[in-house]
Design a protein around this ligand. Structure first.
Ligand SMILES: *[C@@H]1O[C@H](CO)[C@@H](O)[C@H](O)[C@H]1NC(C)=O
Ligand SMILES: *[C@@H]1O[C@H](CO)[C@@H](O)[C@H](O)[C@H]1NC(C)=O
Ligand SMILES: *[C@@H]1O[C@H](CO)[C@@H](O)[C@H](O)[C@H]1NC(C)=O
Ligand SMILES: *[C@@H]1O[C@H](CO)[C@@H](O)[C@H](O)[C@H]1NC(C)=O
Length: 476
């Protein structure tokens, strides 16, 4: 009888890769916060090791001015210097500036987001340990440093930035930081000869100080509503349980919170969207796709006083459910999910140390199916990805910025038709390792690839900011 049950559950495992949440493991490892605390410690250890090895020294990374074309698999900045030779495919380098050249005194890059002015100029906000740097990317793909918004409380490696209309929403794990609301229109008239250091008491449009300890792991925005969200605001025993905290910024100078979704505890990242099918019963609702450490958790947050959890689903290989993005916001049938520790923990399809992009069919929000995955050819860890017009733009730590053509997924949700069409490996230091990369928290944290010009900004932890562009024809 026991054997029969075992065989049956094994058969179920082969047929479908989604799994119910493992309640015992969740209580021990995830809900307790042990796994996340361990993750943070690992990242800090790696960062300290990089610092001790001198790899945060911006003097090592001079400005790269000219366009460096990717030719036959490499973009060579300095012939014979392995650290100035970037592996690549179909992506050229337009400009590089170190964190010091981007105004930082305490090197340590994190996330980034971009903004396009009404007249089409392109700007980015760049997360650094000691604040956010601002640059304009000009028509030639060169960064023009315009200034910075210092950290609100104390420095932190964790600074997350997302756009909301003309505003940048900036959160951090630093205690007492709160959420900065900065108007990018302030950058329009700066003379680059005199970069501006903005002042947190005078220059913010607004500041949200309603987080339990002032720290948040991430911020989420939904420009289609008047809401931004804090996710992963510690401590876990606070009333919102580090879930999704709703923040109404219809008046951005006076952000207020009408409530939160605490029921599935800690949310590491999320995407919140007005639902546009295919499940007609949720048409027009506001749905949040939560990446909740061990599960994909889907919320209906239409009523901010009574958020509803539609489903909580884990999957084979879950180690730390990190982030993801729907394939098409206008038809929310599929989403891509990345797990930050499956490669590190050597579990599931990630066990050989290659980043896995998990594919989900979410046509039933109440019963999502994990239908397949794409395994990167490069060794490393995946971090943040955004799907833009059928291409997944991924910041995969030491293996760099990678672009997957995911347009085949609706025809073949197993992922067999997914192809990598371009990459630029911003971290040559690990290229000589076995398999061409290390499974560690180095290299790129985040990128922004939504600009109409095609310029892509990639923020890296050690070096600084890269402006890249895909070669003509890569996305056809
Ligand atoms: C690229 O490699 C091919 C095949 O090895 C070679 O024929 C070609 O000349 C190379 N192109 C450049 C620009 O180096
Ligand atoms: C490249 O960087 C690594 C790590 O910082 C260093 O150990 C190595 O000596 C550098 N190699 C060159 C050719 O500069
Ligand atoms: C920021 O502005 C406040 C209020 O005007 C002022 O007291 C403070 O000195 C300024 N801080 C800096 C660093 O200039
Ligand atoms: C909540 O958790 C923190 C540590 O994360 C602890 O210091 C505090 O005592 C806890 N509070 C309660 C009420 O349990």
């Amino acid at each position: 009888m026991i054997i029969q049950t075992l065989l049956l559950s094994l058969a179920a495992l082969v047929a479908a890769k989604e799994l119910p949440k493992d309640l015992v493991k969740a209580a021990q490892l995830y809900d307790s916060g042990i796994r996340h605390a361990n993750n943070i410690a690992l990242k800090m250890e790696t960062f300290a090791r990089q610092e001790a090895a001198g790899r945060l020294n911006s003097d090592l990374y001079p400005e790269i001015k000219g366009v460096v074309e990717c030719i036959n698999g490499t973009a060579i900045v300095e012939p014979g210097n392995a650290n100035m030779t970037f592996r690549c495919n179909n992506i050229d380098l337009y400009h590089f500036l170190s964190h010091a050249n981007l105004g930082s005194k305490l090197v340590g890059g994190s996330s980034t987001w971009g903004w396009t002015s009404p007249d089409g100029r392109e700007f980015v906000a760049i997360g650094q340990r000691d604040g956010a740097a601002f640059v304009e990317i000009n028509k030639q793909g060169k960064m023009i440093y315009l200034g910075r918004l210092p950290e609100y409380s104390i420095p932190s490696l964790w600074r997350e930035i997302r756009g909301y209309r003309d505003l940048m929403i900036i959160g951090s794990e630093a205690p007492g930081h709160g959420i900065q609301i900065f108007d990018m229109k302030k950058l329009l008239d700066i003379d680059p000869a005199r970069p501006v250091t903005f002042n947190n008491s005078k220059d913010l449009t607004g500041h949200f100080d309603g987080l339990p300890w002032g720290r948040t792991h991430n911020v989420v925005t939904n420009p289609a509503t008047n809401f931004i969200y804090s996710v992963g605001a510690q401590p876990r025993n606070s009333s919102c349980a580090s879930g999704i905290i709703f923040i109404d910024i219809s008046d951005p100078s006076n952000p207020t919170s009408p409530g939160c979704a605490s029921a599935d505890g800690y949310v590491h990242d999320a995407q919140c969207l007005i639902y546009k099918g295919p499940d007609t019963q949720f048409e027009g609702h506001e749905i949040c796709y939560g990446y909740n450490e061990d599960t994909l958790t889907i919320y209906d947050v239409t009523d901010k006083k009574k958020p509803v959890i539609l489903s909580i689903t884990s999957y084979e290989g879950a180690a730390y459910t990190h982030q993801g993005w729907v394939l098409d916001a206008n038809n929310q049938h599929y989403l891509l999910l990345d797990d930050e520790y499956d490669e590190y923990e050597k579990v599931g399809p990630g066990k050989e140390g290659h980043p896995i992009t998990y594919i989900w069919d979410i046509s039933s929000l109440k019963a999502p199916k994990q239908t397949g995955f794409y395994r990167s050819g490069a060794r490393g860890i995946d971090h943040n990805q955004y799907v833009i017009d059928g291409f997944a733009m991924q910041s995969n730590y030491g293996s760099g910025f990678r672009v997957l053509d995911v347009r085949s997924i609706p025809q073949d949700p197993t992922g067999k038709g997914v192809k990598e069409v371009a990459f630029f490996d911003i971290y040559p230091e690990d290229d000589a390792e076995l398999g061409g990369g290390i499974v560690d928290f180095v290299g790129t944290w985040g990128s922004y690839a939504y600009f109409k010009s095609g310029y892509i900004f990639v923020n890296t932890m050690e070096r600084g900011g890269f402006v890249l562009k895909m070669k003509e024809g890569t996305r056809v």
